[in-house]
Design a protein around this ligand. Structure first.
Ligand code: GDP
Ligand code: IMO
Ligand code: MG
Length: 428
């Protein structure tokens, strides 16, 4: 099988960056299919920390090519800043980067509106990343958006006029802001065009060519499936499709081009922003998870809410995304806990126990926990399942059994090397 989709099964920040960097050594092409710089993917290599928002996190593997496909939204300045960091470290991206012409551009008014709109929601705020994601996707679907390919169109300036005809009244009348002028946007976009022209190409065609040649393609997830615009905890979601379904539509390829699907979950749970989080911990326990797990946002530095693993939500995420194998990350964060709680079901109003719940179901009931004795032994130096403390291994095996998905990978530290590979993992 020559392609692998890697997706987050929770609310994002599952450790996708770390695993993508590690897995990418085995691949020829890594493609981001949806989302934009709301993503923050952390990679540690040789003691240096990288955070990728736009560029696929596989880029540090010198053999790989990377693509930003049609379903993504792109903030050019963020991309350029990431390129500058790669330049400074002597990492070549010039010959290895592809940007699809159908990608929508995030413009300054998107960021402004993102912030103003979330503020205006008051208590119902979503806690957006403020990267302009919602407004950019909104204008895409309303068919006002400016795409990478439009930079080459003779009607670019007309398109900006149509866009501003819609946006400026909102800025002025609803939010009491200054309007944007056409010329400023046009000048900025022409500068963007100069820089990205050599990288623009059809990502769908390239993916298909690679697959036809038997080369290996990684579909790199961003966000997590519980944040899906349709299938997550709406309205406390992002504006795109982080699950497996977002991949074929986000690139423009057949769904049959997806080989295997690996789903990532932390050994516990986190959520950044507002919205339901039934297994959220409180007090000392939350503080300990936060501190040991260093749970502060890679995009915004915000404190991540922390809690326990939620098997009923994971069952939903796995089933609805065709997950073939599991990667459990940040196991080492639980090393110091005397007691680890595991949510095994939800008690419904009628007293029965639900084994699976939906993220949007506000009447799912109360989480039912099992308490598990912690292993209290460091696992960060462990490199095989056999070396793990018995109770840690039992915890992982329990998760895999309950979810009915084989365990493929376990992460026990932020570094590439801190990865345990299980025999079933198909891409050794
Ligand atoms: P992503 O958005 O899914 O790529 O995840 P983030 O990079 O936003 O957040 C994951 C954080 O956990 C980062 O700081 C990683 O360096 C770190 N991390 C990833 N895997 C592990 C692990 O197995 N153990 C520990 N202790 N940290 C990890
Ligand atoms: P990665 O790829 C965690 C959350 C935001 C907010 C909601 C909507 O690093 O896992 P948006 O700016 O997208 O409109 O915000 O979605 N969110 C993420 N949370 N990790 C992410 O990406 C996220 N991307 C968006 O915090 O609650
Ligand atoms: Mg992140």
């Amino acid at each position: 099988m020559s392609s692998l989709a890697l997706i987050g099964l929770q609310w994002g920040d599952e450790g996708k960056g770390k695993m993508v960097d590690w897995i990418s050594a085995r691949f020829d092409l890594a493609v981001r299919c949806q989302g934009g710089p709301n993503a923050g993917h952390t990679v540690w290599v040789n003691g240096k920390r990288w955070i990728f928002h736009q560029i696929p996190a596989g880029i540090l593997n010198p053999q790989i090519k990377v693509g930003i496909a049609a379903g993504c939204v792109l903030h050019p300045q963020t991309l350029f800043e990431e390129w500058e960091k790669l330049d400074a470290a002597g990492v070549d991206y010039q010959s290895r980067t592809l940007i699809d012409p159908r990608v929508h551009l995030i413009l300054p008014h998107h960021r402004l509106l993102d912030r103003l709109r979330d503020e205006a929601r008051g208590k119902a705020k979503i806690g957006v990343t403020g990267r302009g994601i919602g407004p950019c996707y909104q204008e895409k679907y309303a068919r006002y958006g400016i795409r990478v390919g439009d930079l080459f169109s003779p009607s670019l300036s007309d398109r900006i006029d149509v866009l501003l005809g819609y946006v400026n009244p909102i800025l002025e009348k609803v939010f009491d802001q200054e309007p944007f002028g056409r010329q400023g946007i046009l000048d900025d976009l022409l500068r963007v065009k100069d820089r990205i022209t050599p990288f623009v190409g059809d990502a769908a065609e390239v993916v298909e060519e690679y697959l036809a040649q038997g080369k290996k393609v990684l579909f790199e997830g961003a966000q997590g499936v519980l944040l899906d615009i349709d299938h997550g905890s709406y309205p406390y979601v992002t504006s795109s499709h982080p699950g497996t379904g977002g991949i074929p539509s986000g690139i423009g390829i057949s769904p049959k081009s997806i080989g295997e699907v690996i789903g990532l979950t932390k050994a516990y749970a986190t959520r950044v922003g507002t919205g339901p989080f039934p297994t959220e911990a409180t007090g000392e326990v939350e503080a300990q998870l936060q501190k040991i797990g260093n749970e502060f946002g890679a995009s915004t530095g915000r404190r991540r809410r922390c809690g326990w693993l939620d098997l009923p939500l994971l069952r939903y995420a796995i089933r609805s995304n065709g997950v073939d194998g599991l990667a459990v990350t940040k196991l080492d964060v639980l090393d110091d806990f005397d007691v680890i709680k595991l949510c095994i079901g939800y008690r419904r109003a009628d007293g029965s126990i639900a084994k699976e719940i939906k993220p949007w179901d506000e009447n799912a009931g109360e989480p039912v926990y099992e308490e598990i004795e912690g292993w209290r032994v460091p696992t960060d130096g462990v490199r095989s399942l056999e070396e793990l403390p018995d109770r840690a291994r039992a915890y992982l095996e329990r998760i895999s059994r309950e979810l009915d998905v084989p365990l493929w990978l376990v992460s026990v530290g932020q570094d590439r090397k801190a990865t345990i590979v299980l025999p079933d993992f198909p891409f050794k």
